[in-house]
Design a protein. Structure first.
Length: 322
């Protein structure tokens, strides 16, 4: 098991009150003169810090974790003069054996990498925003937070996400600790404009619930991947099956044509304005030279624009614990 000591995260000053930038902190086995003992970025004691660790300009000792028991610490200034040394410092934290001391129940506190959503803008102390910007050391030039207190989160991102999701500036080195010490930056998760969803497997077999959903990055079983689309244009294959019925039915019809035969004597003159009534002619009856039908065409009119897939959503910020 692991714990930490009260010096973690504390700034160091010389006798004149100047920050101890450039100084070095040594972690040493308790009861010895100079036998090194590893300190770690993570509570799992997997990513060791450099030992000694060179303090940055702010003189702050990075937050770190140690194995249960006791530790000796020495702090020298940039000239190699010892400014602090203390032996048998109790490592405080959860413990599985003797000497570990009491601690806080880890199930009731936030841990590095935990995600929190709040309906707010702006920064939050002890957290960074999942906005796709970068974190790193005080000398890294990171855009979201450049400070020694990002070391644990740097290790968390480096360990849990590959370089396609959380890329490291100039590429990844041997391990997270080496990259952080080299003043590289790592990109935070980018959750701008997104809503969270469950992995398709999540420790179980894949459920197959994202069939045909477009994958923007990663995969349906990789944490930090992006799926879906905000708008979508219906394709022909996605359209509903429609049956069109003609609105007009005309199997065929005849035309009624009235004609007159006019009897004109030798002395009869038809002048302008003359008219003929029924008595002056003979009804020739109906004529039906042909059967005429009507064809009705159906024209489909569609705009073809994309429709909105976004549900009603309240907006805020996603924060990641340092």
């Amino acid at each position: 098991m692991a714990g930490s000591i009260s010096l973690a995260g504390a700034q160091q000053f010389d006798v004149l009150g100047n920050l101890l930038g450039g100084g070095k902190i040594y972690w040493i086995q308790a009861g010895t003169t100079s036998t090194p003992q590893d300190a770690f970025y993570d509570s799992g004691l997997a990513s060791p810090l450099p030992n000694p660790y060179t303090l940055e300009a702010d003189g702050r000792i990075p937050f770190h974790y140690l194995a249960d028991g006791q530790i000796k610490v020495r702090i020298d200034d940039s000239n190699g003069v010892t400014r602090f040394v203390q032996d048998n410092i109790l490592v405080v934290g959860p413990s599985s054996g003797e000497g570990g001391g009491g601690g806080v129940d880890p199930t009731v506190v936030f841990q590095t990498g935990d995600c929190l959503w709040l309906p707010m803008q702006g920064t939050r102390t002890g957290w960074t925003r999942a906005n796709g910007r970068t974190i790193g050391s005080a000398s890294s030039g990171a855009t979201e937070r450049a400070n020694a207190d990002t070391s644990a989160q740097f290790v968390y991102l480096w360990t849990n996400f590959d370089n396609t999701i959380c890329p490291v500036s100039t590429g990844r080195g041997a391990n997270a600790a080496a990259d952080f010490a080299a003043n590289k930056t790592i990109q935070l998760l980018d959750m701008r404009g997104y809503v969270p969803g469950g992995l398709d497997d999540m420790g179980n077999s894949a459920a197959g619930r994202y069939a045909n959903v477009p994958v923007v990055s990663g995969s349906v079983t990789a944490a930090g991947s992006v799926l879906g689309e905000a708008t979508h244009t219906i394709t022909k294959a996605e359209s509903a099956v429609l049956t069109y019925a003609a609105a007009v039915t005309d199997p065929g019809h005849s035309h009624d044509l009235k004609g007159f035969a006019v009897n004109i004597g030798a002395s009869t003159v038809i002048g302008a304005g003359s008219s003929f009534g029924p008595a002056q002619g003979t009804d020739l009856g109906d004529t039906n030279p042909a059967t005429t039908g009507i064809t009705v065409g159906v024209t489909a009119d569609a705009g073809g624009g994309a429709h909105n897939n976004v549900q009603k959503t309240i907006l805020g910020s996603f924060y990641l614990k340092l």
